[in-house]
Design a protein around this ligand. Structure first.
Ligand code: UPG
Length: 501
């Protein structure tokens, strides 16, 4: 077992990681835990039985590699808030179309406070620090009660965090006429225009939650971010200044997770496809010829929209991998999917019904474009694979992430969607993105002779190299991680001298 010691002190620094229980949060926090443990810190990663079962292979591989990481299963109190048993991850709510339990889910999460305190109190020596997702604002009470430092983690880039912060701080939304009026985000390096529909605040209408989260953010002792300096140095510095806190940019986490202790094919869940088969399908394709299409883990496309995307892909003529989420499956969709496979042919269309090994697919050289909802993890995975994106944000931070991709980094084309997914659902309208738009965007990146696509690919590859440099020994994220561990080791030492604990 690797232990991190300072001045001959054999005690490792111990980080207690508390991820929010949604895949876009659990996955990066698990990577962060593995990374910290591989760098010599002890890690307790708080999870629940359903979530732990999903990442059993990760848990086993980390144990086999002797990493000092424990996966601590706390019972998730579904019954106490009136939620059905097993609703331990937000994707269970969305897959089963039970989104009415959204607020109950947050209430259940907050009830983890006492069991978490109990776990921490049992540890000897006391843990060094809590790293908690910002969606768990209640963790500030744990830190205060147990006199522990707390860092926040929110799986977003600093461009988006700073944008949200500045829109709130300068009360910009008070001055806009309606949801569609464009305004400039204040205090950014670059002129970026958005609308209230695209950036209504991190928690939209949930003002109470937003206020609690802001409080937790202001009270934190620092911020951990899954990003890297060469990509957005000005925004990392800007966010640190705005918050008056240290921002530890230590990503992309995924690049630091080697096969020795992490299974890229089983992040967050077991893939429903045979991974070697999927890879040999990709191997049979030319380099930079395949489109990968996946929209994260939370929103479900309507059948008509899925079909429209399928038609656009078919018309573009490039091979594609299309992920159909469990929550999108129905008889109608199954029949259409089978027809599409037959029409296009299995050598050109790979349809994945359920969980895809996304990180593995994206890093295959055959993949040349990613149609994405611009969730931060998907965006960063595309960047680390050097793959340009076709963006279609659905809600939350995704419109701002899209601005980073398309306008700041210039490694993506937008499908031009300006309203969140929930609105389009309410309005019961037909497909938001027509097949022609999908076809045109794919062609612009993958057809021969498209200068725009080539330039984007070059920039995406440069960023991929910079991401690798950041995570390699001596790189910015590598060093930031060393400093982070060292700071808390020193902190422990001081605490021991003063309190003897
Ligand atoms: O079949 C699948 C589907 C997803 N993933 C992985 O699941 C994660 C999905 O994360 P993300 O792309 O961020 O999407 P969401 O799950 O939608 O993430 C939520 O959380 C993110 C982090 O805060 C936000 O950026 C998003 O807007 C929010 O929707 C990624 O690591 C994917 O590689 C798979 O491996 N296989």
């Amino acid at each position: 077992m690797i232990v991190n010691g300072v001045d001959g002190d054999p005690k490792p620094t111990h980080f207690v990681l508390v991820p929010f229980l949604a895949q876009g949060h659990v996955i990066p926090m698990t990577d962060l835990g593995l990374l910290l443990a591989s760098r010599g810190a002890t890690v307790s990663l708080i999870t629940t039985p359903v979530n732990a079962a999903r990442i059993r292979t990760t848990i086993d591989r980390a144990a086999a590699a002797g990493l000092p990481i424990r996966f601590v299963e706390l019972d998730f109190p579904c019954a106490e808030v009136g939620m059905p048993e097993g609703f331990e991850n937000v994707d269970v709510l969305t897959t089963h179309k039970q989104i009415q339990y959204g607020q109950d889910f947050f209430k259940a999460a907050a009830l983890l406070q006492r069991p978490l305190e109990h776990y921490i109190e049992q540890q000897s020596p006391r843990p060094s620090c809590i790293i908690a997702d910002l969606c768990h604002p209640w963790t500030r009470h744990v830190a205060r009660n147990l006199r522990l430092p707390r860092l926040t983690f929110f799986s977003m880039c600093c461009f988006t965090l700073l944008s949200f912060h500045n829109i709130w701080r300068f009360k910009v939304l008070d001055g806009v006429k309606d949801d569609k009026e464009p305004f400039e985000i204040p205090g950014l390096e670059q002129r970026i225009l958005v609308t209230k529909a695209e950036a209504p605040g991190m928690f939209g209408e949930w003002e109470e939650m937003a206020e609690e989260v802001r409080q937790a953010e202001f009270e934190a002792d620092g911020i951990v971010a899954n990003t890297f300096e060469a990509m957005e140095a000005a925004y990392i510095a800007g966010y640190a200044e705005a918050m008056q806190k240290q921002v530890w940019s230590v990503g992309p986490f995924l690049l630091g997770c080697t096969p020795a202790f992490s299974d890229k094919a089983a992040r967050g869940n077991r893939a429903v496809v045979d991974v070697p088969q999927c890879l040999s399908w990709l191997d049979s394709k030319e380099a930079i010829s395949v489109v990968y299409v996946s929209f994260g883990t939370l929103t479900n496309m309507k059948p008509a929209q899925l079909m429209e995307i399928g038609s656009g892909l078919e018309a573009a003529g490039h091979p594609f991998v299309l992920v159909i989420k469990d929550g999108e499956r129905s008889r109608e969709v199954e029949e259409w999917a089978a027809e599409l496979e037959e029409k296009v042919g299995p050598s050109k269309a790979l349809l994945i019904r359920g969980w895809a090994p996304q990180a593995v697919i994206l890093s295959h050289p055959a993949v040349g474009a990613f149609i994405t909802h611009s969730g931060w993890n998907s965006t960063l995975e595309s960047i680390t694979a050097g793959v340009p994106m076709i963006t279609w944000p659905h809600f939350g931070d995704q419109f701002l992430n899209e601005r980073l991709t398309v306008e700041v980094l210039e490694i993506g084309v937008s499908l031009g969607v300006k309203v969140p997914m929930s609105w389009t659902d309410l309005e019961e309208q037909g497909p938001v993105v027509p097949r022609d738009a999908v076809e045109e965007a794919v062609r612009s990146l993958l057809d021969d002779g498209h200068e725009k696509g080539k330039k984007m690919r070059e920039r995406a590859r440069e960023l991929r190299e910079k991401a690798k440099e950041a995570m390699a020994k001596g790189g910015s994220s590598y060093l930031n991680m060393a400093h982070l561990i060292e700071q808390f080791a020193q902190n422990d030492k001081k605490r021991e001298e003063v309190n003897g604990d």
